[in-house]
Structure formats: structure tokens, C-alpha cells
Design a protein around this ligand. Structure first.
Ligand code: GLC
Ligand code: CA
Length: 510
């Protein structure tokens, strides 16, 4: 692949706990992932991004990192991770890992040292310890300050098991530079930066949101970019959630991150005007910076797209998750197919969250006592949280564990997933898996990095062409629309009606 592989890449997100279990303990691991690499190569993705694989007590699914330079023992060993990187590279797949710079686990050596060293110690300066708690709230619910036995309080924007680092301390900067080198030296091609905009805190401004997008946070990424430039072709992808496109774009300046997740597109309702607006805004902010946009439909933090698009309100909002609201899954499935063709046709990179290619719905009926997401207890058992999109994948066979492994999966899989296994879908020309595979193959040659030209169309229709001559049309209206003149139909998300594109359907023409 050329130097700029990432500009138009299709990146597959692996949630390691739920991808494939190699040793039968019901938890996904590196052995399982390595055994399924041929599946990813066959699917046709350019890169994988793994959510954290480090030693972790799993208070937040691995986003509570105890050691940034090793592998979680239930996932495997550092040696296996190195083998995985080499094997992925042999298959032409780049490897992106997750780095969590805002907070560590309370079990990390540094935090344990800080607890032992006591108030006023240098070890406490790596975190935010104070004699009095502040009034910020945790993003997972409840207060953001927790008291330790000697009376001091520490800050955690997320769970109490995730103490925030003090990014005014040069030692913290140095530590993360070392961590980046540790992984770049092991061949990792890219870093997804967790909670990238909240590292720097302003306690004095009286702002309840005094941790979001503080100006000094950009210095962190400038330093990281300089480090990455010492290597060939390594990239950063920021997890930057905010609606203000102008502030968002600042993270993509040429001396900061290479790309960032497009959550505006993810959060957008299934509505032509809203989607057109989101796409246009995205292009307008990215093009002047020379940064490729990304297109994201789902990830491990949001409701599965099939379920979301079948709801009455199809938008996404972290604050109002709508867990458990009724969904017309058939409608959601049809729209997800169309959305996949839209996302894959747009200029830039595209992210596919594991199971999206299988059309998995959100699992809404996980029993409370099996739920693992800290949102559930932290919200006083009112917000079920994110487990419903993290259920182990169905690979094969007619009943759970559906080839995920031999043991009982850490979250229960619905019986009805027997129709959604990768094995069942591989045989079926009309399946979601076949759609993704076919689309990714076409995308490799004709789509990805570049720009688009909008075509005149009815307001409920999104229509544009790409440099290769491929035209993408998505009908979000309630009536079928006539296809423009074309030579061939390359791919359609559902059956066409003669020369007409039915509602909630997308087509690629040449
Ligand atoms: C990011 C992750 C999410 C995690 C949080 C705290 O938003 O995607 O899963 O809970 O950061 O690390
Ligand atoms: Ca396992």
C-alpha cells in the first residue's frame, strides 16, 4: 500500500474480549484473534483497531489500564501480540492499538505508589489529589472525586477505578512518549487516542465542563506528532466527541493528529437533509486541513446500528442512550445496509465495528446481574449501558456459543443469532456479510481518499459521484426514485424495482 494507506483505509474495530476465544474460558483473546485473521483478510479490510489489550482489572472493559507495556493475561502475552502484529502485516493488514492517556487503572504501579507515598508526595503529583473534593460529576454518573483512606480525594472523570493523570506534570508527558515508542518499536502502525480532548483540566474557571478541549491539550498532540514523525508512516486517530466542527478541526491541524472519528455522522439521524448537512460540514472542515474525513456508524460505546435505525428516533446521543426503546429491526436492517454503502462510498476512511458486517442488533435483554459496564451500577441501575453492543460474536453453528470458543461466553448470546453467524452468512449472497465483502472489494479500487461531487437530486435522495466515476445514490424518501443514466449497477443494498431505487436503499452505479 502507498505511504498514505490510512487516508482511505477501511478499518475494522476489534473488541478483543468479544471477538474470538482461543482457549475456551469464554473471553476473547489473541489466540482467537490470530485464528480469525484470515476472516479479516477475506473481508477485505486494510487495518484493524483493537480496543485496549493491556493488563486491566476490567473495571471499564480494559479502559482502566494497569500496565501500558504489557498484555492482559486473559488475552495472552506480549510475545503473542508481536506475533499477531507480524501475521497481520503478512496479510497486508495494518495494526492500530488504543492508548488511554487521560487515566490509568487504580491498580497501576504509579497509582499504587501514589497511595503509598501519601499526601504531598511527588508520586501524588502524577494524578489529581486534593484535600477537598471538587464538584465535577463523573461521565459514568456520580461524583468525579473519591476519597482515599488518608483523607485526600482524587479525580476520576470516569469510574473511581480510573484515576486521571495530571498532564501539567512533565513526567506524565515523558511516560506517554515512552509508551508510544514501546509500541511503534514493535511495529504498531497507528494509535487510537482515547478520550483525547479531556486530558487538561481547568479547575479554577468554575466551569462544570472545565476538562473539555482546554487549549493546552493541543501541545500534547504536537509532541506526539513530532515523535511519530521519527518513524515511517505511523498515525494517530483521535476520539474527539464534540459537535462544534471548528473546535474539532483544531485536532487535525498538520502538526497534530492524522484523523479523528466522525461522531457527528454517527450521531446523525437517518434523514437525508441531516446526513447531507453532516457530510457537507465534514468535507468543509477537513478539506482545507488536508486531513481525510472518517465515516463511523458504530463502535463499542453506542447502540448497534441495526437497532438504532429501526427506532422512531434514529439519532444517537450519549446523554440519552434510549436503551431498550422499541425498534423495528427489519427496517433498521434495511437502512443499515444502505448506510453501509453510503459510508463506504464517501471520501476518506471508514470504520467497521465488529459484528456490524454481520448485521447484529443490540442485545437489550442481558440480565442485570450479568451486566459488566460500570455505567449500570454508577447510574444506580437505571442506565443498562454498553454491554448490548459488546456481546461475543457468533461465528458458526446452530446454538451458543456459536463457535466463539468452547466455553460459555462472558455475555450471553441470543439464540436467534443462529441465522447471523459468519458461517451462515458466508454462504448467502443476500447477507450483510456478503454486502460488506463485495462493497469493500469495489471500494479498494474505486473509493476511499479523495473528494465527491454532489449530483442534483430530490431532497430525500443523497446522490454524488467519485473520481473513479462511481455514483452513489441513497433513497431516504418514502417513494421509489428513478436511477440516473448508467452503464452498470455495481452493487445495491436491496433489490431494485426495474429502473427504480426503492425507499431506504442505496446503489452504486458506474
Ligand atoms: C472512551 C472509550 C470508552 C471508555 C472511555 C473511558 O470513550 O471509547 O469505552 O469507557 O473512553 O476510557
Ligand atoms: Ca479466552
Amino acid at each position: 500500500m502507498p505511504e498514505t494507506w490510512w487516508r482511505g483505509a477501511a478499518i475494522y474495530q476489534v473488541y478483543p474480549r468479544s471477538f474470538a476465544d482461543g482457549n475456551g474460558d469464554g473471553i476473547g483473546d489473541l489466540a482467537g484473534l490470530r485464528s480469525r485473521l484470515p476472516y479479516l483478510a477475506d473481508l477485505g479490510v486494510n487495518a484493524v483497531w483493537l480496543t485496549p489489550w493491556y493488563p486491566s482489572p476490567m473495571a471499564d472493559g480494559g479502559y482502566d489500564v494497569a500496565d501500558y507495556r504489557d498484555i492482559e493475561p486473559t488475552f495472552g502475552t506480549l510475545e503473542e501480540a508481536e506475533k499477531f502484529i507480524a501475521e497481520a502485516h503478512e496479510l497486508g493488514i495494518k495494526v492500530i492499538i488504543d492508548v488511554v492517556p487521560n487515566h490509568s487503572s487504580d491498580r497501576s504501579a504509579w497509582f499504587q505508589e501514589a497511595l503509598a507515598a501519601g499526601p504531598g508526595s511527588a508520586a501524588r503529583q502524577r494524578f489529581w489529589f486534593r484535600d477537598e473534593p471538587g464538584d465535577w460529576k463523573s461521565i459514568f454518573g456520580g461524583p468525579a472525586w473519591t476519597q482515599v483512606p488518608d483523607g485526600q480525594w482524587y479525580l476520576h472523570l470516569f469510574a473511581p477505578e480510573q484515576p486521571d493523570f495530571n498532564w501539567t506534570n512533565p513526567e506524565v508527558h515523558q511516560e506517554f512518549h515512552d509508551v508510544l515508542r514501546f509500541w511503534f518499536d514493535r511495529g504498531v502502525d497507528g494509535i487510537r487516542i482515547d478520550s483525547a480532548a479531556v486530558l487538561v483540566k481547568d479547575f479554577d474557571g468554575g466551569d462544570p465542563d472545565g476538562y473539555t478541549d482546554q487549549p493546552e491539550v493541543h501541545d500534547v498532540y504536537r509532541g506526539w506528532r513530532r515523535l511519530a514523525e521519527e518513524y515511517d508512516d505511523r498515525i494517530f486517530i483521535g476520539e474527539v466527541w464534540f459537535p462544534d466542527q471548528e473546535r474539532f478541526a483544531r485536532y487535525l491541524r498538520p502538526d497534530e493528529m492524522h484523523t479523528a472519528f466522525n461522531f457527528d455522522f454517527l450521531a446523525c439521524p437517518w434523514d437525508a437533509a441531516a446526513l447531507r448537512h453532516s457530510i457537507q460540514e465534514t468535507m468543509a472542515t477537513h478539506i482545507p486541513l488536508g486531513a481525510p474525513p472518517t465515516w463511523v456508524l458504530s463502535n463499542h460505546d453506542v447502540a448497534r446500528v441495526v437497532t438504532r435505525y429501526g427506532r422512531e428516533d434514529t439519532s444517537w446521543d450519549h446523554g440519552a442512550r434510549r436503551d431498550g426503546v422499541p425498534s423495528d429491526l427489519e427496517l433498521g436492517y434495511r437502512r443499515s445496509r444502505a448506510a453501509a454503502l453510503l459510508a463506504m462510498a464517501l471520501p476518506g476512511g471508514v470504520y467497521i465495528y465488529q459484528g456490524e458486517e454481520l448485521g447484529l442488533p443490540e442485545v437489550d435483554d442481558i440480565p442485570g446481574d450479568l451486566r459488566q459496564d460500570p455505567m449500570w451500577p454508577r447510574s444506580g441501575y437505571t442506565i443498562p449501558g454498553r454491554d448490548g453492543c459488546r456481546v461475543p460474536l457468533p461465528w458458526s453453528g446452530g446454538e451458543p456459543p456459536f463457535g466463539f470458543g468452547t466455553g460459555e461466553p462472558w455475555l450471553p448470546q441470543p439464540e436467534a443469532w443462529n441465522k447471523l453467524t459468519a458461517e451462515a452468512q458466508a454462504q448467502d449472497l443476500g447477507s450483510m456479510l456478503t454486502l460488506y465483502k463485495t462493497a469493500l472489494a469495489i471500494r479498494r479500487d474505486r473509493l476511499g481518499d479523495g473528494t465527491l461531487t454532489w449530483l442534483g437530486s430530490a431532497p430525500e435522495v443523497l446522490a454524488f459521484t467519485r473520481e473513479s466515476g462511481l455514483t452513489c445514490l441513497v433513497n431516504l424518501g418514502s417513494e421509489p426514485v428513478r436511477l440516473p443514466p448508467h452503464e452498470t449497477v455495481l452493487l445495491a443494498s436491496g433489490p431494485l424495482e426495474g429502473e427504480e431505487l426503492p425507499t431506504d436503499t442505496a446503489v452504486w452505479l458506474a
